[in-house]
Write a protein that binds this ligand. Structure first.
Ligand code: OSB
Ligand code: MG
Length: 370
């Protein structure tokens, strides 16, 4: 067992994965993912991470290309030869680099996988996870019509998902929610606007209250917390924040102004596992509902998401749909699966999955080693 690492080799690899179905949100349609895989090696062990930001600056200012720039020109070359005793030691390396949490997280995730493997433990055990049955929710992209949405959600509900979240946007909102609610009956239903509204839309957003949603996710601007606090006072439906939460301090601010009763935690958006664990601890101490969001990740990112959700702070169904929801073939073995709306932590050491290196080689569009 190794207890410290000296970074000997870093590999950055971009792969392209065609999605089974286009995924539409208020900021655009995704048909193909461009994903950066980060591999960090030391002492015969390799840890794997994934950069999960989008290809376009629609969800966050980061893109696959800006993340490649950060990793290729700063993080990877500067990491070589450094000695880490714990994944948190990486914070010294990235401290001078402003912003870009998704890029930073790609590397940080690889370190956590490495340290868990070096300790011969599954990552979820290594981080102190305890939950062994993880409830799964589904995120549904915007469909052609309310009728098409109603058919789709009924089909998906039958697969066992414990919650369904509808992507909505201006002009593609209330009629869709009404159709989904009528189809699903009494079931955990939520909406995610990805920042498509402003406070001027308060009267429209109040109309959502009649559909008894579990929560409304990120109705207002992507970097706003304050206006969400104002909006919350006009709604009976709880609000969930996604885009503006980058740290435990942001969760504290949201709580201070009453902007959220629910937090969507995405590992990439907060810069990695370390900040994720701080957010989880803060939510648990302050009785805020918490779940793990997704970014249409490949199996590597999903395996990290599954490990994170085993922390006891996670109270609601997370967006960790099984591999076959988005992919014809995932790049991991075994794939992420769901039975009866539950996924289980992976039993192997580290992230708990093997990489399908032949498939990954076929999907690769660029690769650089340091
Ligand atoms: O807001 O949660 C979001 C995908 C891309 C960008 C933003 C979001 C999403 C999702 C995907 O909802 C959920 C998933 O990975 O299953
Ligand atoms: Mg969201």
């Amino acid at each position: 067992m190794l207890s410290s690492m000296k970074i000997e080799r870093v590999e950055l690899r971009e792969i392209r994965m065609v999605m089974k179905h286009p995924f539409e949100t208020s900021f655009g349609v995704t048909t193909e993912r461009r994903i950066i895989l980060v591999a960090v090696s030391s002492g015969g062990i390799t840890g794997y991470g994934e950069v999960s930001c989008n290809e376009t600056p629609g969800y966050s200012y980061e893109t696959t290309d800006t993340a490649w720039h950060l990793l290729h020109d700063f993080i990877a070359p500067q990491s070589l030869g450094l000695v880490f005793e714990h994944p948190k030691d990486y914070q010294d390396l990235i401290k001078p680099l402003r912003g870009h949490p998704f890029a930073k997280a790609g590397f940080e995730l690889a370190l956590w996988d490495w340290f868990a493997k070096a300790a011969a433990q599954p990552l979820w055990r290594y981080i102190g996870g305890t939950k062994t049955e993880l409830p799964v929710g589904l995120s549904v992209g915007i469909k052609k019509s309310p009728e098409a949405l109603a058919d789709f959600v009924l089909e998906q509900q039958a697969l066992g998902y414990q919650r369904i979240k509808l992507k909505i946007g201006r002009g593609r909102d209330l009629a869709y929610v009404a159709a989904a609610r009528a189809a699903l009956g009494d079931f955990n239903l939520t909406v995610d606007a990805n920042s498509d509204y402003t406070l001027e839309d308060t009267a429209l957003l109040q109309e959502f209250d009649q559909y008894k949603l579990q929560y409304i996710e990120q109705p207002l601007e992507n970097d706003d917390i304050i206006d969400h606090g104002t909006l919350a006072k006009s709604l009976t439906t709880p609000l969930c924040l996604d885009e503006p939460i980058h740290s435990a301090a942001d969760v504290r601010r949201a709580l201070q102004v009453g902007a959220a009763q629910v937090i969507n935690l995405k590992i990439g958006r907060v810069g990695g596992h370390l900040e994720s664990h701080k957010i989880a601890a803060y939510c648990q101490a302050n009785h805020l509902a918490l779940w793990c969001g997704g970014m249409l990740e490949s199996g590597i990112g999903r395996a990290h998401n599954v490990a994170l959700q085993t922390l006891p702070a996670f109270t609601l169904a997370s967006d960790t749909a099984p591999s076959n929801r988005y992919w014809f073939e995932d790049i991991i073995e075994p794939e992420i699966t769901m039975v009866g709306g539950i996924t289980k932590p992976l039993t192997g050491i580290g992230i708990g999955v093997e990489l399908r290196h032949d498939l990954i080689a076929q999907l690769t569009t660029r690769v650089v080693s340091f």
